[in-house]
Design a protein around this ligand. Sequence first.
Ligand code: AHR
Length: 501
Amino acid sequence: MKKAKLAFVRGNNIGEVDKRLFGSFIEHLGRAVYGGIYEPGHPMADELGFRKDVLELIKELGVPVVRYPGGNFVSGYHWEDGTGPKENRPRRTDLAWGTIETNQFGIDEFQEWAKRADAQVMMAVNLGTRGPEDAKNLIEYTNLKGGTYYSDMRVKNGFKDPFDIKLWCLGNEMDGPWQICSKTAYEYGRVAHETAKLMKWVDPSIELVACGSSGANMPQFGRWESTVLEHTYDDVDYISLHTYYGNPQNDTPDFLACSLDMDYFIRSVISTCDYTGAILKNKKKINLSFDEWNVWFHSKEADTKIEKWSIAPPQLEDIYNFEDALLVGLMLITLLKHADRVKIACLAQLVNVIAPIMTENGGRAWAQTIFYPFMHASKFGRGTVLFSTQESEKYSSKNFDDVPYVDSVGVYNEENGEVTVFSVNRSLDENAVIDMDFYNFGKVEFIEHIALECDDVKAINTADCAKVMPVKKAVTKADGGKVSVEIAAKSWNVMRFKVEK
Ligand code: AHR
């Protein structure tokens, strides 16, 4: 039996959870749009062709913001192609993914879909093949009332009211050699600054995200962030972070330790933002938008076989197993522990493409294993993240030392007087006991313990059979603010406590 300790003190907080921490992402890629969220003619499609079965699952997941339309796709995208009468929309090559984009779905449809998904739109502009002028035209189309060329174009397309999009990404992964028209940090910093200027002249109330490095492993990581921020510090509110992990070597203890790398990545970017602010003598705080994160590796081999210039082929269709769900849980715990600075995060992506939700064209929709930790965190992880003192036995793996077997975070929801503790036990063969102490929370009552447990770390969910599903566990009695909870080997746990208000 592994042993762990966890203690919270009311008033000792990390920070408020911004609900946009539970965002996601829809790119024009594979079957995310076509056959995913949009499939006219599907028995469950509504009058606009949006799949209602998929919308139901998305609402269950709880996704307050969705990034769109890319990703790598955006760096070659002409947003006007996806507006107006569908019969006039051009088919274009998508150089990012080697496919054909039919443009039957665009911003006109996406903003309508987002309303039905109860989500805010996070829109990216093309800073690859395009630049400031087109970004300015797009925001004129989406946010101006009327009386100008692009706002009148929207009205003519049937949308009298502006879409009023308030959150914008200045391009995507502009440092990556794979990006359509990638840039040096200086080139990107300059163009991001000029684009921000024009966009804010159209609508000063928007928030902007500058592109950080595509990953902490990029050669320019750190220097890229500081150079970009030197040009854009006054323009932007957030800098982006992206990361994907995989287990191609089949080393589960090492794979489950990857959230330590995510934690280090976040801390490095916070330090770089603050360092840049210091040298600029600027007291403004730049926050973090972790707008792509997930497990991604299962589909890489299959994707090499996709025929070039296909339309919406199955692409990046990772089938997630139980250990992937555990790492996603650990990544959510890591994001919550940085709630003071990470204000936006997008699970990449939402449907079919490295996604918690899968569909069959013309058929069923179902939840992958990673759906559940995300759903739990989004549902119960709202409020204030509590600072905690944690003790746990530790292990070393191939790439990591001092990996705690038990990793936890607590979120206090003042409105309903509840503390929810999320914990993962990384031990593959031993249960763990967590001795919890809620110092000054008064009388504590253990309301509910939900867990994701499975003997087989490689178990998956399909349309026919869901092997990885949450279960309810028996609850123990809390005594004087103290409670001991046993959690299973390799498990994700959601423990909800009523505390005195
Ligand atoms: O999410 C898949 C791809 O990963 C995105 O298009 C890109 O931004 C990243 O490299």
